[in-house]
Design a protein around this ligand. Structure first.
Ligand code: NDP
Length: 458
């Protein structure tokens, strides 16, 4: 994929970028390694000061950054600005809490292991490579960068090829905050050229957010090199609605759950399992809400959701819808590519989806919901778990026993009761099965890229 900003509302290429040459890549890795030697000797206080300053800069530039995000990948200006401000909040969180998350621990009293002193400390690993996607071009990268830098690691960002200007902005942001030159840099390289980076001995760990195919390639290379890796891949998150739920609220939130980021979110609900006692009411409210949401110009503040980020992405979404329709699914709304320029796709609801349809198992990265009727919570849970993915889930019930049962039995990295799945800086985020492994954010996330070192004194 060429490295370029292509306007998703027109398909017009606005700016192209040359990939870094092998010499430029080499130079950046060497600088990242040199910067690590100085960063690892700085204090949490110093790093926190730089991180807060970088967050100040980001906040003060939120309007122009939002425009950049909206232009490069098509989300609405309002949600892009929210993303920029959320990223600054995430940076401040790790500035304020990294020291606590990484303070030394004593697992047992020293004398239990015949020592006079015992502690476990969390040392940085070195240069960490982050391979990031375009869907949240700032937040996905910041949720790697903030904990990594606060732990004392240095970072190399290989961002998605369709968001180069967001990538270059991030490449400067942390240095502008005061971090040593080389502590965080952007590499302009294409996905096909990433594996040699994982093979490079100076890169000590790697994290990827993206597709299962890319995650699998990274995991294979990391395994071959015996390197730490964290993967945050796709999701087929469920949205379960039980009779005791507030159905109006659940239906309104279901629309948001499916349409956030034009449906291009790993934690967007994709499968909706609704109890038969409330199915008709929910279906009416949900389909009406989806049909009323109109895709439009992301720069217009009244727009519900923007175009899909890439032409290929829209083609993939439509192929899944076409396959389902041909095999007998009913299209309750949407389902047709609109006339005109830009990579728009309408909010779409499918019913009658069966196992032989691709969309039953494959992640649909666009505004398409599959709505199913179930007769019990047990059936909804069994269907939820009948998936290769296990990222998160949302369960709507006011019955405590059902909530407990869902939390216990759903095979996913998260269960949100009566609310949308979301990410918070202080809460772990990640999945199971093909959704990946390892955790981002929180104390669990910052500890992914540290050496857990035992110090035992006789
Ligand atoms: P990719 O997984 O292809 O892209 C994500 C990142 O990985 C990009 O930086 C990309 O670089 C890089 N990459 C791609 N192939 C490789 C590879 N073989 N080795 C190393 N790095 C690689 O996602 P797409 O953008 O193509 O989207 C495809 C599907 O992936 C979506 O439909 C969705 O299902 C899933 N996805 C999930 C996301 C999530 O949040 N979990 C985010 C984005 C996508 P480059 O851009 O240069 O190709």
């Amino acid at each position: 994929m060429a490295i370029a900003t292509i306007d998703p509302t027109t398909g017009i290429t606005l700016k192209t970028f040359d990939a870094h040459t092998p010499e430029e890549v080499e130079n950046r890795i060497a600088r990242a390694e040199a910067a690590f030697r100085s960063l690892q000797n700085t204090s949490f206080e110093e790093r926190a000061r730089w991180m807060h300053k970088a967050a100040d800069i980001l906040e003060s530039e939120a309007d122009e950054v939002a425009r950049l995000i909206a232009t490069e990948m098509g989300k609405t200006l309002t949600t892009a600005k929210y993303e920029a401000l959320k990223s600054a909040t995430g940076m401040r969180h790790f500035a304020d809490h990294a020291q606590r998350y990484l303070s030394p621990e004593t697992p047992v009293p020293a004398k239990e292991v015949n020592a006079s002193n015992l502690h476990v400390q969390f040392d940085p690993l070195g240069v960490v490579l982050a391979v990031m996607p375009w869907n949240y071009p700032l937040w996905q990268a910041v949720r790697f960068a903030a904990p990594a830098l606060m732990a004392g690691n240095t970072g190399l960002l290989k961002h998605a090829s369709n968001v180069p200007q967001c990538a270059l902005y991030l490449g400067d942001l942390f240095a502008r905050g005061g971090f040593p030159e080389g502590a965080f840099q952007t590499l302009l390289v294409e996905g096909k050229d990433v594996i040699p980076l994982v093979d490079d001995a100076r890169i000590r760990a790697v994290t990827l957010t993206g597709s299962v195919a890319a995650g699998s390639a990274i995991a294979e290379a990391a395994g071959r090199n015996i390197k730490r890796s964290v993967l945050e891949l796709g999701g087929m998150d469920v949205f379960i609605v039980m009779p005791s739920a507030d159905i109006e609220k659940a239906a309104a939130q279901a629309v948001i759950a499916r349409l956030q980021n034009s449906g291009q979110s790993c934690i967007a609900a994709k499968r909706f399992y609704v109890h038969e006692d409330v199915y008709d009411r929910f279906e009416h409210l949900f389909v009406t809400g989806m049909a009323e949401a109109v895709a439009g110009d992301p720069l217009d503040e009244s727009t519900s959701f923007g175009p899909l980020a890439t032409e290929r992405g829209r083609q993939d979404v439509h192929e899944l819808v076409r396959d389902a329709r041909e095999k007998g699914a009913a299209v309750q709304c949407g389902g047709e590519i609109p006339e005109g320029e830009g990579w728009y796709y309408p909010a779409t609801v499918l019913t009658g989806v069966t196992e032989d349809m691709r969309i039953y198992r494959e992640e649909c990265f666009g505004p398409v919901a599959c709505l199913y009727k179930v007769s019990s919570l047990q059936e909804a849970i069994a269907l939820s778990n009948d998936s290769d993915f296990g990222l998160s889930s949302s369960v709507w019930t006011n019955d405590e026993t059902e909530a407990t049962e869902a939390a216990r039995s759903i095979e996913a990295g998260g269960v949100f009761i009566n609310g949308l799945t979301a990410s918070f800086p202080a809460v772990p985020f990640g999945g199971l099965k093909d959704s990946g492994y390892g955790r981002e954010l929180s104390a669990y996330g910052i500890r992914e890229f540290v050496n857990i070192k035992t110090v035992w004194t006789s």
